[in-house]
Design a protein around this ligand. Structure first.
Ligand code: GDP
Ligand code: IMO
Ligand code: MG
Length: 420
């Protein structure tokens, strides 16, 4: 049996905290897509930790963590992260496992990401520059090096071949930065990677499932960044939705049980691309300040706006969401009035569907207003104590999106979550 936790917006919904909260109920936590573009924040004994490659179950001694085949893995980021986690008393050699089919991000992927973004100029994606796009392109282009290849003597030949191919592309981009230092740390990190548990991920995880163990699949990014269903081309390069769990871990769709979708009580986006409910005014600034909306991976300020129910309902549909977790509800505590977007006005017509493309059309959000609750909710622990205005806000969202909000997160701490 596999449950899933994934983002329903444009990423940074608070998945790390939610996975960390639920992890003790699971035997296995597995990342199924994305790479070090992810930044999942959690608090361990009051200490802040941001995970990019390692699944967010790592701080629970009895939980096994798997980096699945659908992930793209940067050995340098992984090594740094393992060092940090080890310093916090976690034995990664005991409870971290990596699929041999996981694709490796090489230094030239990062260089290509940078070169491609530079060439795009104004129309850049706003990528995290971690090499994600180029690494997935080499996967679908059937050129990639995978973790299992590290253990084979052909590895260095494969690397040189890929490096030469990339160099030609970099020359085309007129990319002249020296990446020798990146390559040195890459080869050093590969030595470390060779000491970790590399397994046949699909057999490993299916064996756990047949033994009755409970698996939690942890999504990265968010549904509106999905390569097929997101706001293309301003998306990431993987399937971030629940379907990605099957291809990213090698599990059957029949095994998928609960799909927990995480959404903020409002909305943010980092990087370029359409964002119909974006507020480029004082209210947007207040959301950013109150919500401390700065990227966990790049430190960039996140764009902020009201919750977009058109996009949220769409995300629930394509993921088959069974339960919604609403995070950062406390950020709305200080707002007198709140808004939710219930339709998009395009060419004078109101629509409740996400259009094929959102960049070439002018979308005006249609809002419904709510009275704010105006009390500090951060120390509330029971649903019955939540302000009635918050309950009305949540009821409206439940009805609109057709999936129930079952949990409300009211602060970044592990214990700040209320079951409804
Ligand atoms: P992820 O990528 O989905 O894991 O989310 P990030 O870690 O990038 O960003 C979420 C941010 O919000 C982090 O700084 C979390 O510590 C913080 N956070 C998570 N849940 C809550 C919450 O309910 N309230 C507040 N105020 N902060 C939260
Ligand atoms: P987590 O898992 C928010 C965004 C980037 C950019 C686009 C493509 O922390 O929620 P990429 O580096 O993937 O080629 O960038 O996707 N992006 C994210 N935004 N949270 C993330 O991950 C993201 N990962 C990528 O900002 O707009
Ligand atoms: Mg994040």
């Amino acid at each position: 049996m596999v449950d899933v936790i994934l983002g329903l917006q444009w990423g940074d919904e608070g998945k790390g905290k939610i996975v960390d909260y639920f992890a003790p109920k699971y035997d296995v936590v597995a990342r199924f897509q994305g790479g070090p573009n992810a930044g999942h924040t959690l608090y361990v004994n009051g200490e802040k930790m941001v995970l990019h490659q390692i699944p967010s179950g790592i701080f629970h001694q009895n939980t096994i963590n798997i980096i699945g085949n659908g992930v793209v893995l940067d050995p340098v980021t992984l090594k740094k992260e393992c060092d940090k986690v080890a310093a916090m008393g976690i034995d990664v050699k005991k409870n971290l496992f990596i699929s041999e089919r996981t694709n490796i991000i090489v230094p030239t992927h990062r260089a290509l990401d940078k070169a491609s973004e530079m060439q795009k100029g104004e129309s850049k994606i706003g990528s995290t520059l971690k090499g994600i796009g180029p690494a997935y392109m080499d996967k679908t282009g059937r050129n990639a090096i995978r973790v299992g290849d590290l253990l084979d003597k052909s590895f260095i030949t494969q690397y040189i071949k890929l490096r030469l191919k990339h160099q030609k592309l970099l020359d085309n981009f007129n990319f002249i930065e020296d990446i020798t230092a990146w390559e040195e740390e890459f080869f050093e990190a590969l030595e470390f990677l060779r000491t970790l548990n590399v397994v046949n991920g699909e057999y490993f995880i299916n064996k756990k499932i047949s033994e009755g163990k409970k698996v939690l699949a942890e999504g990265a990014q968010g549904s509106m960044l999905d390569i097929d269903f997101g706001t293309f081309p301003f998306v990431t390069s993987s399937n971030t939705i629940s379907a990605g769990v099957c291809t990213g871990l090698g599990v059957s769709p029949k095994q998928i049980n609960e799909v927990l979708g995480v959404t903020k009580a409002y909305c943010t986006r980092v990087g370029s691309g359409p964002f119909p409910t974006e507020l480029e005014d004082a209210t947007g600034e207040e959301l950013r300040k109150t919500g401390n909306e700065f990227g966990a991976t790049t430190g960039r300020p996140r764009r902020c706006g009201w919750i977009d129910l058109v996009a949220l309902r769409y995300a629930c549909m394509i993921n088959g969401v069974t339960q919604v977790v609403m995070t950062k509800a406390d950020v709305l505590d200080a707002f007198e009035d709140l808004k939710v977007c219930t339709a998009y006005k395009i060419d004078g017509k109101e629509k409740q569907e996400v259009p094929f493309q959102m960049t070439r059309v002018q979308i005006e959000p249609v809002h419904k207003s709510f009275k704010g609750w105006n009390i500090d909710t951060t120390s509330i622990t029971e649903a019955a104590k939540l302000p009635t205005q918050m309950s009305s806000y949540i009821d409206f969202i439940n009805n609109y999106i057709g999936a129930p909000v079952k949990f409300v997160s009211n602060g970044p701490g592990r214990e700040q979550i209320i079951s409804l």
